[in-house]
Design a protein around this ligand. Structure first.
Ligand SMILES: Nc1ncnc2c1ncn2[C@@H]1O[C@H](COP(=O)(O)OP(=O)(O)OP(=O)(O)O)[C@@H](O)[C@H]1O
Ligand code: SF4
Ligand SMILES: [Mg+2]
Length: 334
């Protein structure tokens, strides 16, 4: 049974990048919790701030202004020294990325890399660290792990490399795993295997997982709770079933409507939400989704003016907050 106290608690997290054109507020006032044993899916279009969020939690932004609070198991991470953060990264919280090749060193065998990671965090001897590396490769389903530990990253297929990354991330038994688009580059069969692997390891170890994706199909498969991001802010947050059955934010509705349906003819073009994501350099005063929002478009003049002038704040039932002036609770179509 999962402990329901949040392992990760993020509050009012804001990340601003100074650029030559002015400050870019990539994420603004984010708040979410991830309890042990739960997976939070973070979903949103390209540029909505998903990766900036994950890097901020890991303390990996340099040169950005990061404010707010990120508490991991009772410890505040914002403001910690690099040294203290280095001690936590890998050991208490680990991250896997879309492209494993960019995170694996080409000149060292995968066994050496996992072993080194273990040695750094546990101070274990070479022999013990090597044994742990072989064990970790076996746990993620790599056949002949002893032999494969002696091979180099380029000798692995894309799916196998992603398994190596997961083995490396989990070798130090972290409490929190952040996966940023871990399966986007993989074909659908391998993608399904990797998602199953992450879910199995999560259940076995009671990990808290943050799964970042632009794909609602991935969210439906692995997430318990979902955070929908738009323009660096939370649009809607809900348990996964509620998000799919009663989406309350017009943007979430648009994302769901973009999913291919089983009864679509084969030549149906992919649906996308018309319009482009908002500028983060010079954000409009009202709701960031207003220029693309079908609910605002069919509203009264008074409603449209409100959407254009007043930024919506999160409100609604506990467990299903929505940032919209006219959310679609109680079956009203967004
Ligand atoms: N170092 C930086 N300097 C300036 N702006 C940045 C920087 N890093 C990210 N941004 C901006 O922050 C916004 C959010 O970026 P982020 O990488 O989090 O998007 P994302 O949701 O992960 O998108 P994708 O699905 O394409 O990975 C983007 O507009 C991006 O241009
Ligand atoms: S606040 Fe207005 S523009 Fe924004 S999502 Fe809601 S209805 Fe649409
Ligand atoms: Mg990203």
């Amino acid at each position: 049974m999962a402990d329901s106290a949040p392992l990760l608690s993020v509050w009012d997290l804001t990340v601003t990048f100074p650029t030559k054109h002015g400050p870019v507020r990539a994420i603004d006032s984010l708040a979410f919790d991830v309890p042990r044993g739960r997976t939070l899916g973070i979903v949103g279009e390209s540029g909505s701030g998903k990766s900036v969020t994950s890097l901020a939690v890991m303390g990996l932004h340099t040169g950005a202004d990061v404010t707010g609070s990120v508490v991991l198991d009772g410890q505040e991470l914002i403001g910690l020294s690099d040294r203290a953060l280095n001690g936590l990264r890998g050991r208490r919280m680990a991250m896997i990325f879309q492209d494993p090749l960019s995170s694996l060193h080409p000149y060292y065998t995968v066994g050496e890399q996992i072993a080194e990671h273990h040695r750094v965090h546990f101070g274990s001897g070479r022999r013990a660290a090597r044994a742990r590396a072989v064990e970790a490769l076996a746990e993620v389903g790599i056949p002949e792990p002893r032999r494969r530990a002696g091979e180099y990253p380029h000798q692995f297929s894309g799916g196998m490399r992603q398994r190596v990354m997961i083995a490396m991330a989990l070798a130090c038994e972290p409490d929190l795993l952040i996966a940023d688009e871990p399966t986007t580059a993989l074909d659908v069969t391998v993608q399904a295997q990797i998602l199953e692997l992450i879910t199995r390891l999560q259940e076995e170890r009671g990990l808290a997982v943050v799964m970042i994706t632009h794909d609602l199909g991935v969210v439906a498969r692995v997430a318990h709770d979902v955070l929908v991001m738009y323009g660096g802010r939370v649009a809607e947050q809900a348990p996964v079933d509620a998000l799919f059955t009663t989406p309350a934010h017009p943007y979430t509705r648009g994302l769901l409507d973009s999913l291919p349906r089983l009864d679509d003819p084969d030549d149906t073009p992919l649906r996308a939400i018309p319009g482009s994501p908002p500028s983060l350099l010079d954000p409009a005063p009202g709701c960031a989704f207003a220029p693309r929002c079908p609910r605002a478009a069919r509203g009264s003049e008074e409603e449209r003016s409100r959407c254009a002038a007043e930024r919506p704040v999160r409100s609604g039932p506990e467990g299903h907050p929505v940032a919209c002036h006219f959310p679609a609770y109680e079956g009203v179509a967004p």
